[in-house]
Every structure is written in C-alpha cells, then in structure tokens.
Design a protein around this ligand. Structure first.
Ligand SMILES: Cc1cc2ncn([C@H]3O[C@H](COP(=O)(O)O)[C@@H](O)[C@H]3O)c2cc1C
Ligand SMILES: O=C(O)c1cccnc1
Length: 343
C-alpha cells in the first residue's frame, strides 16, 4: 500500500517518468523506512569507530605504521581529517569513538564529539590467536548499539559509519572470504597503497590466517568469525548497524571495511539491508565483488579508497535531495502541467 502510494507520488511529480533515476529509488526507500509518503531527514550523523589491530604491528599487511590509528584519531578531534572537512561542509554531526585504539586518550575527557568506549588496547595478532574473545565481540556490539540508541533519542534518523584502524582492510578481506566463499586473492586489495610485493605478502599472510582459523568452514557463527579476525571498530560498527535498523534510521554504507561490517550485521539480522543506501563504490579491490554479493548499487563512483565514513558523508546530501524532491516538487495536477499523451 505505502509502496504504491510512494511510487504514485514520485510518478506524479513534474518530470518525465523515472527521470530522477537513483534519487527516486532513495525517495521510495526512505519513505518505506519511515513509514510515510513525506519522509524527513533529521540530524544526520557520521560515527567513526577507531581500533587497532595486532597484525598491524608485524608490518606484513599494512604499509603505514600502527601508530597512525591514534594519530588520526587526534587529527579527527582537532578537525583536520577528510571526514571533518566533508561533515563540516554538509552540516553533518561527527562523532569519534575509541573502540580499541592502542593509545591513552584521557587528555580528552570532555571533548563533545568523542566517546571513550575502549574494549582493549587493540586486538591480538590473529596469526597467533583469535583477535578478541567472544565476550569482547559481544561487548563491542552492545556498545555500538548503545551509541546509536543515544543518537536516536536526540532525534537523529540518518546515519553513516566510518572507521579508522591501520590494518583493517585485512580484517575486512578475511570476513569477506569467510562470508562470500571467494578466494583470499579476490578479497584482498592494496589498502593504503601496498606495492606489488607488499600485496603478495599480504595475500600470503591472509591465506595463512584463513587456514589457521578455518574460515572456509564458516558455520553461521558470525560472532565467532568476528572474534577470530575482526577488529573492535568493526565489531562496534556491527552493533551500530543493528541498532540503526531497529531505530528505523536511514543508513549510509561507506567503503570496503564498512561493507564488511555490514556482511556480519546481515548474518545477525538480514532486515538491516532494507535500511541501507550504498554510498559509493570504493577503489579497494574486492569492494565491487562485495557489493555484487549484496546486490547493491552504490550511488557514487569517485575512485575513493579512504574510509573514515567519507563516502557516506558525500552521499548524505543526495539522500536529502531525494527526500526534498518528494516533499517539495509540484505534481502535474497542482502545477497544471500536462502529462504524456496516452498510447
Ligand atoms: C593517514 C591515513 C588516514 C586514513 N584514514 C583512513 N584510513 C584508512 O586506512 C586504513 C586501512 O588500510 P590498511 O589496511 O592498508 O592499513 C584504515 O585505517 C582506514 O580507515 C587511513 C589511512 C592512513 C594511512
Ligand atoms: O574502501 C575503504 O573504505 C577503504 C579502502 C582502503 C583503505 N581504507 C578504507
């Protein structure tokens, strides 16, 4: 019923049928999520989850040193990162969460946009042991849910998730490998810019990890998978996706790592996908196949491969435009514009 009403409202706007393309799909989806023919976007947020990865200290999978995670968190807090620039430009609230960075941030006790939610000082190196315990994975998920619930109570109904964690493209590749069955090679890209040789080492290392943790034999235990090869920022994002769907939010899905977290969230509750708008097609090798696996059609293809929620932030104004055309455009009837002649 509502779907037909929305489609009719969209079709009756003063434009050729279908002429607003993907914006029409978003308008329909947003109306369905909010249960109305007049959706509104309120207090959009990007939440960036940060966490360190034990594997990063080995240098086998990441061109940049592990310390960059904490340094970038400080950069977020000082307003100097790409995600700060884009959220400022589009009036999007930015929240930064320490999910498990290997650094003490107690010098920022009262920063208004920083949430201390550290599970541990980084994960274990999954070449040696599971990245985290099941208890830690569950605690991270619960914290992600709590953060999003708080934002919902403040009126936010549109959200995107970003991440910062040196080495986390590797977690994302391993999760993708387990959940899609595609080879490690198909799931692994250059991350922050691995050379040909570094990429080969990364692939070999991740193949070893996949064997050690029996990722081929994924047995529907998504929390188990998360604890073996995940990261605290990824686990918290999983909880955040689940709660955002629960709160009937419109969710913008960012790049490779954010989509890998969504793969896990989907395992836990497939309904999450109904709330997701795929912001962009990341330049990271593997993202395209991940999107295909989800039958997702991303809005933007800008060759971006940064993370931080930057793609999600750029797509929020498009969602706003979709909602605005639905609510503000005249219909053929109200504007006295003639419709196409019947065949
Ligand atoms: C300066 C800098 C800023 C970043 N912002 C996001 N990432 C991105 O790169 C990291 C993943 O790539 P890999 O797995 O190759 O380490 C994540 O932290 C991600 O958010 C950054 C990376 C760097 C170096
Ligand atoms: O697609 C992404 O989000 C991405 C790709 C490379 C490095 N960091 C993030």
């Amino acid at each position: 019923m509502l779907q037909e009403q929305l489609q009719q409202a969209i079709n009756n706007k003063t434009k050729p049928l279908g002429a607003l393309g993907a914006l029409e799909t978003i308008a329909l989806q947003t109306g369905m999520i909010q249960g109305t023919v007049r959706p509104v976007i309120r207090h959009p947020h990007i939440v960036v989850f940060a966490g360190d990865h034990g594997i990063a200290a080995t240098g086998l999978v990441n061109p940049y040193p592990q310390a960059v995670t904490a340094q970038m968190v400080l950069n977020f807090l000082h307003g100097g990162a790409a995600i700060n620039v884009f959220t400022r430009q589009h009036n999007i609230e930015l929240i930064v969460v320490d999910a498990g960075v290997n650094h003490d941030f107690t010098q920022f006790p009262d920063h208004p946009h920083f949430i201390h939610a550290k599970i541990a000082q980084g994960t274990h190196n999954y070449l040696e042991a599971p990245a985290m315990s099941r208890e830690q994975a569950n605690a991270a998920i619960a914290k992600g849910k709590e953060i999003v619930h708080q934002l919902a109570t403040k009126g936010c109904n549109c959200i995107g998730f970003g991440e910062m964690g040196i080495g986390n493209t590797s977690s994302a590749s391993l999760i993708m490998n387990a959940l899609t069955g595609l080879s490690i090679e198909a799931c692994t890209g250059r991350g922050t810019g691995a050379s040909d040789e570094q990429l080969q080492t990364k692939i070999r290392t991740l193949e070893t990890v996949a064997q050690k943790h029996h990722l081929k034999a994924y047995d529907k235990d998504a929390i188990g998978l998360l604890s073996k090869v995940g990261g605290f920022e990824i686990a918290m994002m999983v909880g955040a996706y689940l709660q955002a769907a629960e709160e009937k939010m419109v969710i913008l899905v960012d790049g490779f790592i954010a989509t890998a977290a969504l793969l896990i969230a989907k395992e836990l509750n497939p309904v999450v996908l109904d709330h997701c708008i795929f912001a962009h097609h990341s330049g990271e090798h593997g993202h395209e196949k991940m999107l295909q696996h989800l039958e997702a059609r991303p809005l933007l293809q800008l060759g971006m491969r940064l993370g931080e929620g930057t793609g999600a932030a750029l797509a929020i104004p498009l969602v706003q435009s979709a909602v605005n055309f639905l609510c503000e455009m005249a219909s053929f009837e109200s504007a006295g514009v003639e419709k196409k002649s019947e065949e």
